[in-house]
Design a protein around this ligand. Structure first.
Ligand SMILES: *Cc1c(COP(=O)(O)O)cnc(C)c1O
Length: 358
């Protein structure tokens, strides 16, 4: 395993994490970074260093051809003081899947995990110690060859940023109104929808903006071919609870395989729910709503964990669920997953990775 060099800023005795943390605006002082250089045999120069401005050529390939991927996961200070990360190996596996699809170099997952543990240990005082708070971890990789011309870059940069975050819904677990769109799609079949690549988010902004203008907080995305099947909600996976079945869209290649999605599927199966991954059309949801067969809908993702829908609008049809309160199943799942993350419920699936000696 390569040796990580440490280039730390002077230790600040008392870390002051701001009270009102806005998601993703505050960063810890250190990051892990390493460089990929094909001509030097691969990944080199791993270091934990100060978070600082980057110097990049204006010709750097990432600005022109968009080889950029990222991940999102969290570390928690648990009730007994231990520090745990939630399923980090799954995030590195997904990072490597994204890398492969975009002709970017893979990282050694074991090394990446060790590097991340070292980084979190260096900045462990930046993990807030309040209920609902955590340390959001953002791994990023992008191409850096200063060359115009469409081909895979020979050089890349990888870094991990740490951001202390508060609860996603500071006023409590609040359901959100969603607009189903067939005017735009998020990701095309056989494209890069299953990758966490930067371009997917740029492509989703206009739909998001138009939904906001109409008073909705997110978009519900339909499939790229017929705009018939439900895919995702905003940047979350979606679950629909019918009276006798819970459904999440099957992974067709244009859906991001969420770690939270995977966790929710497993928990629901263990709780004895009839949990299925299959195609589910927007027409099926409307008809279940009309017949009283629809119970609740929620999104899943690392940032919010569970996000219940208050309303869903599709064309002229407005469906309302839980006006002011999240649905029962969503609340139960939120309590279960965060309970495991904060060490209040035993980690029966082995989802947590603990920092050694911290
Ligand atoms: C990150 C992301 C998710 C959720 O994935 P998690 O691993 O659960 O955080 C879902 N959909 C999209 C489009 C995403 O980018």
């Amino acid at each position: 395993m390569q040796k990580i060099s440490f280039n730390l800023v002077e230790k600040n005795a008392n870390v002051e994490i701001p009270e009102n943390l806005i998601f993703g605006k505050v960063f810890s002082p250190h990051m892990f970074e390493m460089t990929y250089d094909e001509s030097k045999g691969g990944w080199i120069d791993p270091q934990i260093t100060k978070v600082d401005e980057l110097a990049l050529s204006p010709a750097a390939m990432v600005f022109h051809y968009g080889q950029a991927i990222f991940e999102g996961l969290k570390a928690f200070k648990q009730v007994d003081g231990k520090i745990a990360m939630f399923r980090p190996k799954d995030n590195f596996k997904r990072l490597n899947n994204s890398a492969e699809r975009l002709c970017m170099p893979k990282v050694d997952s074991d090394f990446a995990l060790e590097a991340l543990k070292e980084l979190v240990a260096v900045d462990k005082e930046w993990i807030p110690n309040r209920p609902g708070y955590s340390l959001y971890i953002r791994p990023v990789m992008f191409s850096t060859d200063p060359v115009l011309g469409v081909r895979p870059s020979d050089t890349y940069k990888l870094y991990f940023l740490l951001s202390p975050v508060g609860p996603y819904y500071p006023e409590g677990f609040k359901p959100v109104p969603i607009l189903a769109t067939d005017k735009y799609i998020r990701a095309a079949a056989k494209g890069v929808g299953a990758c966490k690549c930067a371009g997917n988010y740029a492509a989703s902004l206009l739909a998001q903006k138009e939904a906001k203008q109409q008073g909705f907080s997110q978009v519900l995305w339909l499939d790229s071919i017929e705009q018939k099947y439900i895919e995702e909600v905003g940047t979350m996976n979606i679950f629909i609870q019918f009276k006798n079945e819970v459904v999440t869209p099957m992974l067709t290649g244009s859906i991001l395989p969420g770690v939270t999605r995977m966790s929710v599927i497993q928990i629901l199966k263990d709780w004895g729910y009839n949990m299925n991954e299959r195609n589910v059309s927007i027409a099926e949801v409307v008809s279940a709503y009309d017949s009283g067969d629809l119970v609740e809908i929620f999104g899943t993702g690392t940032a919010a964990v569970i996000s219940s829908l208050s309303k869903l609008k599709y064309h002229e049809k407005l469906m309302t669920f839980n006006e002011n309160e999240a649905g029962e199943l969503g609340k139960k799942l939120y309590a279960e997953i965060t309970g495991i993350q904060y060490g209040k419920i035993p980690d029966r699936y082995g989802w947590l990775t603990f920092l050694d000696n911290v």
